[in-house]
Structure formats: C-alpha cells, structure tokens
Design a protein around this ligand. Sequence first.
Ligand SMILES: NC(=O)c1ccc[n+]([C@@H]2O[C@H](COP(=O)([O-])OP(=O)(O)OC[C@H]3O[C@@H](n4cnc5c(N)ncnc54)[C@H](OP(=O)(O)O)[C@@H]3O)[C@@H](O)[C@H]2O)c1
Length: 314
Amino acid sequence: MKAIAYQEFGTTAVLQTVEQTKPTIKADQVLVRVKAFSINPMDWKIRKGEMTLMSGSKFPKLTGADFAGIIEEIGTSVIGIKKGDEVFGVVKNMMKEGASAEYVAITSSLVWKKPANISFAQAASIPVVGTAAVTALEKMGNIGSQTNILVNGATGGFGMFLLQLLKQRGAQVTAVASTKGAEFAKKWGANSVIDYTKEDVLSQKATYDIVIDLSGKMGYKTAKQVMKPKARFLNPTPKPIEIPISFFSNLFTSKKHIIVLSSPSTKYTDVLLSAVKNGLQIEVNKVFPFAQYKEAYDYAEQGGYIGKVVVEIN
Ligand SMILES: NC(=O)c1ccc[n+]([C@@H]2O[C@H](COP(=O)([O-])OP(=O)(O)OC[C@H]3O[C@@H](n4cnc5c(N)ncnc54)[C@H](OP(=O)(O)O)[C@@H]3O)[C@@H](O)[C@H]2O)c1
C-alpha cells in the first residue's frame, strides 16, 4: 500500500511516497481503507523537529493523525462495527504514528461511525481539533451569557469547532480573525469580530473573562493586558517549560494560565457528534488528491484559509 513517510526532519521536501505492507490487525483492532485524512499544524511541527521531546527522533516517521474511511476487516473481539461501515478516527499516538496511508490498523475505541450527512473529508476533520475544542470548553469552567470570551485565531480548524460549541452555550464571544475570516466567525456564532489585519486587539478597551489563543502568537504575558482580574488564559500551544511554570505561577496570581492538552476519545467524540447532529458545520476549505499531498501541506502551513485542509485517497 502507499503511505507518506520521511527519513529526516525538514520541509515538505522530505516527504516521500513509500510502499508498505498492508497492516495486519490485532483482536481489538479494525483495518480501515482510508478515504481522507486532514492536515493539522502538529503535522509540520513534528516534521520540522519542533516537538522532539514528544515525537522522538527515530525514523522513518509517518504523518497525519485523523482520517475517515471504510472498514475493511474487524478484529475478533470488536463489537459494534462491521465490514463496510463508513467511519472516522484518529491514531492512538499522534506523535509517533500516521494515518496518511491507504490502510490504517487502529484500535476500535478510536474509530466512530461517520454521520451519513457529512463527507469523508468533513469527518476526517473532526477528531484532533474537535477534541481540542471540547477540552478547551472543559477548561473554561462554568460559562454562560455573562461570560466574555476572546478567541484569538478563530477561523482555523480549532476555532471553527470552538466558536460553534460556545454559541450552543450562549457565551459572549469576540473572535479575532483575518478579513475573510470575519464572515465565517459571525456565521459560527461570534458576537463581534476584530480583524487582526486592521486592528490590534490589545489597543481595544475591552477585557475578557476568558482569553484563548489559537494563533500561537499571543502568549500569557501579552494576554494579561486584556484579561479581567480573575480571568483565565487558555494556551493550547505551550512551550514545554510553560507547563510547570504555569502550574506554580497559578498559585500566586489571580489571572490563571491554563494549558490545554487534548487526547481524543469517545467521551469527546460523543459531544462532537451530538453537536454535528444539532447543526455544527464543518468547513473544508480545500481537498487535495493524494498525488498532491506536498502542495496540501504547503498550502495548509502557509495559512490564510478558513476551516480545514484535507487530502483524499482514491
Ligand atoms: N493542545 C492541543 O491538544 C491542541 C490540539 C489541536 C490543535 N492545537 C494547536 O492549536 C492551534 C490552532 O489549531 P488549528 O488547527 O486551528 O490551526 P490553524 O487552522 O492554523 O488556525 C490558526 C488560526 O490563527 C490565525 N492567526 C494567524 N495569525 C494570527 C494573528 N496574528 N492574530 C490572530 N489570529 C491569527 C489564522 O488565521 P489566518 O490563517 O487567516 O491568518 C488561523 O485561523 C495550533 O497551533 C495547533 O497546533 C493544540
């Protein structure tokens, strides 16, 4: 089978199409014929050697975490899924495994039935950023119509899920997005939008109960300027050193620095599937054919698009 792998850290130039043997499954696994996998910023951060503490430096490495496809085989102890079912899922260890291949062998607990009203490309967009959005919601604590939330970097994959989940909870959301993102941010539930290409969120007078930075560019120190005295800053892109530092500094400051690290499971996917049933929209900005996966990764890394970028395999 075809798969994407790399033998050294670097740009998309290191990505190669390789021939691998089709995986065999264990009793608790299923074999999925992959129809689509989505691209996440984590893919290039790992590929560029920016996450070696977690990814290690052993090669070859595969890439891509979340996928959608059709069940081809089921393990002897698997229940609830059968051959031919349309599913979506995520690899168990996102730092060391990859879904960018024609077939993926995966534990059945990380595969869920695809709703009939969404495409494979949309389903492959759910697990990583959807789980991160639900995890962020958990870290926000009790939120309601009086909670003012700033979502910085609101129209990528993570923001797309988060804005719509926040709307379902009735929070007052200010989204920071590019000019073309504004329309989507409003459609997904933001009460107001700040265009970061024209205005500086820090120069506004408003302060917030919760600030979450999805751009990776704001940081806790900067965010403090727009946080209310007892506000929370949610950080899904922490530098390793920030994890212990935030823990200790939170003991002494009322403005909390909260690290968001997510891990997909049925608990989170159930929330997401219910939201999809209730109308949550999944915007896939562009779908690339497998032969153009390098272009897909370059396009995604460059930014400037709304929602998700997906690669399809025929
Ligand atoms: N901790 C976890 O468990 C976890 C899980 C999933 C994702 N993440 C991380 O969360 C981050 C967001 O994920 P994602 O998939 O949504 O990434 P993404 O699709 O690349 O979205 C990032 C967003 O930030 C915006 N942005 C860029 N520069 C900005 C600026 N100066 N001010 C405001 N917004 C700006 C981008 O808008 P334009 O493209 O229009 O410029 C884009 O909409 C990534 O760093 C990802 O690695 C963490």
